[in-house]
Design a binder for this molecule. Structure first.
Ligand code: AMP
Length: 539
């Protein structure tokens, strides 16, 4: 067979050639803008020539600090397309961590959204490798800034070459992108993506039994483009010629609901907290969601209750998937097998609320002290994954040794496997609640609680206990109109037939909001600290 390198630039070239009329809908600070792939292609080529003129060299890193919009999409292809490395920076990290990762990646150039300029100005004197700041503004004039030297994105494009060629002389194993993932302790860890990994992962997103992305989709990644490349959707959707809807800065559930209705979105992707917010909006407004063929949910466990609500109230199919920054991210998808159609509705929902089966191309195993666990849905162990779009190291980081062993990624997630080979994540190793020598799954308790009509958000964490070592405590945000006094007992009564007695939370605490991570997951570390304070004050 021919040994043709798989490269990121070729993905956009295909869209330019075969789908020049298809569009990218981009919500920016000044409103909705529309571009065809012909225009995106030309703008990307101009950008490529401009950043070369600024001095960016092969293999060097260019950072982006940006929301989901067309300019960010252009950097996705221009930077790897000239054989440099696209480093998407999580703008919600603390300034200290942002400084750390820019220095660790040695970014030479920074692309910055207009509203994030003040954030970068505050750290500019701590990031000496950065030689140029490119401001992504809709305005003709560059906003006033202390960043030096600063360039206007559109001005650079105006001066760039619309025929600049994507580099073809690229080893497919070379770096194309990188993204840092938060660690439980210490600094974020850098994950690097090769050209080959990105292209193979794009194939995986197109498989009928995974997310089935295709030309006919109108795809709206709500998951940020700074979080595992918006789950790889911008690459795959461009390649397949799908219409893309990029929801831009500081969107609200209302904005998302309107975009779905007005643009006819067929597939959208994000973490459960986004879908909880959207669900609330859909319940109050009157939106047409009939175009949706899938709400793709990952990043945290999709509560059974959300799946049920989307599907029964709004006839919107829900699709639960699992992945990590280290896995590009698509690793497992929860779909029923064809012969499972005679399961009861409840059983089907149970199955689809699991994380699912490993996608074609990857391998997994779940191990504990005794070796591989039995596929009985009960034995628990750590999930290991390997395959051509799984990272094999952290960038210049000695934490590599612990996470990557014998050709496997040790995910740090604890899972069971059922007779069908379907995995169910029980917890992160660090979030499992160890009570009296046994393990309690916080995820199972959360799932059950979020199935109750009064519960908006639920997060269950361990608090230290003198006798049992740890005990679960549930933190709940109630929906409007429900009363804390009466709900405490009602929720306990609701849980008790579903779980063994020793699994039941020792307490239920009501909150206005559950602290979230920079990518919208429940921040259990912070919650545990808050609860320790709470119990200290009580005792
Ligand atoms: P990140 O690298 O930030 O995307 O985080 C990856 C981690 O998120 C995984 O190791 C899991 O702990 C968690 N995660 C991702 N998807 C799911 C899911 N569908 N269900 C439960 N946890 C998930």
């Amino acid at each position: 067979m021919m040994n043709v390198p798989l490269t990121v630039g070729s993905l956009l070239e295909r869209a330019e050639k075969y789908f020049p009329k298809k569009t990218v809908v981009s919500r920016t600070h000044s409103g909705i803008q529309r571009f065809t792939y012909k225009e995106i292609g030309e703008r990307t080529r101009r950008l490529m020539s401009a950043i070369k003129k600024l001095g960016l060299q092969t293999g060097e890193r260019a950072g982006t600090m940006a929301w989901n919009h067309h300019r960010h999409l252009e950097t996705y292809f221009a930077i790897p397309g000239m054989h440099a490395v696209l480093h998407t920076i999580n703008i919600r990290l603390s300034p200290e961590h942002i400084v750390y990762i820019i220095n660790h990646a040695e970014d030479q150039v920074l692309f910055i959204d207009e509203d994030l300029v003040p954030l970068v100005e505050k750290i500019a004197d701590q990031i000496p490798t950065v030689k140029a700041f490119i401001i992504m503004t809709d305005q003709a004039e560059l906003p006033k800034t202390t960043l030096q030297p600063a360039y206007s994105y559109e001005q650079l494009l105006a001066e760039g070459n619309p025929q600049e060629a994507f580099m073809t002389d690229i080893d497919e194993n070379d770096l194309a992108g990188m993204c840092y993932t938060s660690a439980t302790t210490g600094n974020p860890k850098g994950v690097i993506y090769s050209h080959r990994g990105i292209v193979l992962h794009s194939y995986a997103l197109g498989l009928a039994d995974t997310t089935a992305l295709s030309e006919s989709d109108v795809a709206m990644p709500v998951v940020p483009m700074f979080h595992v490349n918006a789950w790889g959707m911008p690459f795959a959707n461009t390649w397949f010629g799908s219409t893309q809807v990029l929801p831009g800065p500081r969107f609200t559930p209302k904005v998302l609901a309107e975009l779905i209705a007005e643009e006819g979105v067929t597939i959208t992707a994000g973490v459960p907290t986004i879908w909880l917010g959207l669900l609330k909006e859909l319940e109050t407004g009157n939106y047409n969601t009939s175009s949706l063929r899938a709400v793709l949910c990952g990043g945290s466990a999709a509560p059974r209750g959300i799946i049920h609500a989307f599907e029964t109230k709004f006839k919107v199919p829900f699709l639960h998937a699992f992945g990590m920054t280290e896995t590009s991210p698509l690793a497992t998808v929860a779909r029923l097998k064809s012969y499972q159609s005679d399961l009861s509705e409840e059983e089907k929902l149970d199955q689809r609320a699991k994380q699912g089966m490993i996608v074609p191309g990857l391998e997994m195993k779940v191990i504990n002290d005794q070796g591989e666990v039995n596929w009985d849905g009960a034995d628990m162990g750590e999930l290991l994954i390997r395959g051509p779009w799984i990272a094999d190291e952290y960038y210049r980081d000695d934490r590599t040794e612990q996470a990557f062993q014998d050709g496997w990624l040790y995910t740090g997630d604890v899972a069971t496997v059922d007779e069908e080979g379907v995995i169910k994540l029980v917890d992160r190793t660090k979030d499992l609640i160890k009570s009296g020598g046994e393990w309690i799954s916080s995820v199972d308790l959360e799932n059950a609680l979020m199935g109750h009509e009064a519960v908006f958000e639920a997060s269950v964490v361990a608090v230290p206990h003198p006798e049992w070592q740890e005990r679960p405590v549930a933190c709940i945000v109630l929906k409007d109109g429900f009363d804390e006094e009466t709900m405490k007992q009602e929720l306990m009564d609701y849980l008790s037939p579903q779980f063994a007695k020793w699994w039941l939370p020792d307490d239920i605490i009501f909150m206005k909001e559950i602290p979230k991570t920079s990518v919208g997951k429940f921040l259990k570390r912070e919650l545990r600290a808050q609860l320790e304070d709470y119990f200290m004050k009580q005792n």
